[in-house]
Design a protein around this ligand. Structure first.
Ligand SMILES: Nc1ncnc2c1ncn2[C@@H]1O[C@H](COP(=O)(O)OP(=O)(O)O)[C@@H](O)[C@H]1O
Ligand SMILES: [Mg+2]
Length: 229
């Protein structure tokens, strides 16, 4: 653990086979955001409580250090592409771009997770962050289930947060119908994974201050989701 304190960079992930409270405390001291317990070790209740208080994310894997590192590297490489643009005229807006792969359930939700982390870091009201995160997650799941790929743009400003999810895919033939609670074309397999109850788009609408959907059959769908700050 002294190595962590000596060499760890803030914002890092700690991969460890130690499930003692000191692992969590070391992570907290070194400003780590994520602990991954290796070799099937699971965080104790003490660790879970501590991590929840300190906003540290906990994962557990049966993998050992090397395969876990490889998987982590692939995960980061595949799903996350962050670009921060400083616009001279709009000083207080940061723009972040991400991409989503359709059908990639293993990474589904990673973009929303990143967005939530960014918004929390900027310091928006937690209730607002929650609404943006939930809406983005529903939009991301829709891309994974119903489209081929998408580009996500987050515009985080001091007046407004705007999330644009622009996908390539089959499009939505009847948007009014798709907006109805319970309407879904999800397959049995997708439902078995806990999605596809037809509540996604209505949920986005409910959480957002404004939702604009444009869709072209066989081309794709664009959601523009806005939140007042
Ligand atoms: N990005 C998308 N591309 C194509 N079809 C979509 C997309 N998003 C939603 N849909 C269509 O709208 C329906 C309703 O979406 P939603 O309310 O999120 O419910 P669910 O995803 O649970 O089916 C989907 O079943 C699908 O037919
Ligand atoms: Mg959905």
């Amino acid at each position: 653990m002294s190595d962590v304190l000596a060499y760890g960079k803030s914002g890092s992930a700690l991969l460890t086979g130690l499930n003692t409270i000191q692992a969590a405390i070391s992570a907290y001291m070194a400003e780590f955001k994520l602990i991954i317990f290796l070799r099937g070790k699971e965080p104790t209740e003490d660790i879970q409580k501590f991590a929840a208080e300190k906003d540290i994310i906990l994962f557990s894997t049966t993998d050992d250090m090397f395969p876990a590192c490889i998987k982590l590297a692939q995960l980061v490489d595949k799903s996350i592409n962050v670009e921060i643009v400083d616009d001279e005229d709009k000083k207080n807006i940061t723009i972040h771009k991400f991409s989503i792969d359709g059908k990639d359930f293993a990474h589904a939700g990673m973009v929303s997770t990143q967005i939530k982390t960014i918004l929390k870091k900027i310091g928006y009201d937690p209730q607002l962050v929650r609404r943006v995160a939930i809406s983005t997650y529903e939009g991301e799941m829709n891309v994974v289930m119903h489209a081929k790929s998408a580009e996500v743009t987050l515009n985080a400003g001091d007046q407004e947060i705007k999330v644009i999810i622009k996908d390539q895919g089959k499009g939505i033939p009847d948007i009014d119908k798709a907006m109805k609670e319970g309407f879904s074309t999800a397959t049995e397999e997708q439902r078995a994974m806990g999605f596809g109850s037809g509540m996604g788009l209505p949920n986005i609408k409910r959480n957002a201050d404004d939702l604009d959907i444009k869709s072209e059959v066989d081309r794709g769908t664009t959601l523009i989701i806005r939140f007042k700050v």
